[in-house]
Design a protein around this ligand. Structure first.
Ligand SMILES: [Zn+2]
Ligand SMILES: [Zn+2]
Length: 285
């Protein structure tokens, strides 16, 4: 007989205005036995939005944690969930957009939290346009109208001048005309609306990260039984095949528990294994 998961039968709340519970709840319910409900009346947009009117406080895990704590506060559930995404140019590959998506689970009863964070595919993008220009190739690339866009003046001091959630081409053309008139550059800025309920690509990504969170939570610490045992660090220093000096290549993964601090080395390389000298600072400086 296997014992039920520590989260089994517990009540959790998710703070979202954008229908994310549909992407998060089923997998946590199926794998962990968590009952996830939506925290009503939590204005997650007040914590920062994707369109720049309200500056975000702290990094994204912190922002997701703030939402999770708000969900606990509003509902009295002992577990809170918060999700947060960030989008922009890919840090390594030029001209490619990239997204990072995080979900934080806060267990207030046990002063514990589990974080899942992944870099993901995204359709994030923007273009500037005048009403006379053809911006439909951009719309094709981002998957409009299944994916909504936001329109604002390209250059304008008032950041609150913005039309969000546009999914109709006629409405979009009218918005581009109106916003370019209000822009000192005479151009409108059309960008992807990254709110989950208006961006199916992002919703799929949130589902993917929710699975990663469930997977992480499903692993219990072998020492204390707390959920969320997993990768916390890596050990580097695989010896160089040429000179034997430690290289930057992986020796092992370190898996750990946030509650009791227990750690185990996983996927340890065989003692006979050596790294290609191309990874060695001495042989290949
Ligand atoms: Zn532990
Ligand atoms: Zn070497």
């Amino acid at each position: 007989m296997t014992l039920p998961h520590p989260f089994n039968g517990r009540r959790a709340a998710i703070a979202t205005m954008h229908g994310k519970e549909g992407a998060v709840s089923p997998v946590l319910s199926r794998w962990l036995g968590l009952h996830v409900e939506r925290a009503e009346g939590v204005d997650t947009d007040a914590l920062g939005t994707f369109t720049g009117e309200i500056a975000r406080a702290g990094d994204m895990v912190e922002a997701a944690r703030a939402k999770a704590l708000l969900a606990i506060e509003r509902t009295g559930a002992s577990i809170g969930l918060g999700s947060e995404g960030a989008f922009g140019p890919h840090p390594v590959v030029p001209f490619l957009a990239s997204g990072v998506e995080a979900i934080v689970l806060v267990d207030a009863e046990n002063n514990h939290e589990i974080v899942a964070q992944r870099r993901t595919r995204t359709n994030y993008g923007f273009v500037t346009a005048t009403p006379e220009e053809d911006f439909t190739p951009f719309l094709g690339r981002i998957g409009f109208p299944a994916h909504a866009v936001i329109v604002r003046p390209e250059a304008c001091d008032d950041l609150f001048v913005v039309e969000k959630g546009v999914t109709d081409l006629r409405v979009l053309r009218a918005a581009v005309a109106g916003m370019s008139r209000r822009s000192s550059s005479g151009r409108a800025l059309v960008q992807t609306d990254m709110r989950a309920h208006l961006n199916p690509t992002r919703m799929k990504t949130i589902h993917f990260v929710a699975r990663a969170l469930a997977l992480r939570a499903a692993r219990l610490c072998p020492a204390c039984g707390a959920p969320g045992f997993g990768l916390v660090d890596v050990a580097r220093g695989l010896p160089c095949a040429g000179c034997g000096a430690p290289t930057r290549k992986l020796l092992a993964e370190l898996h750990g528990c946030r509650v009791c601090g227990h750690q185990e080395a996983k996927r340890q390389r065989a003692p006979s294994m050596r790294a290609d000298p191309m990874w060695c600072d001495l042989c290949n400086p």
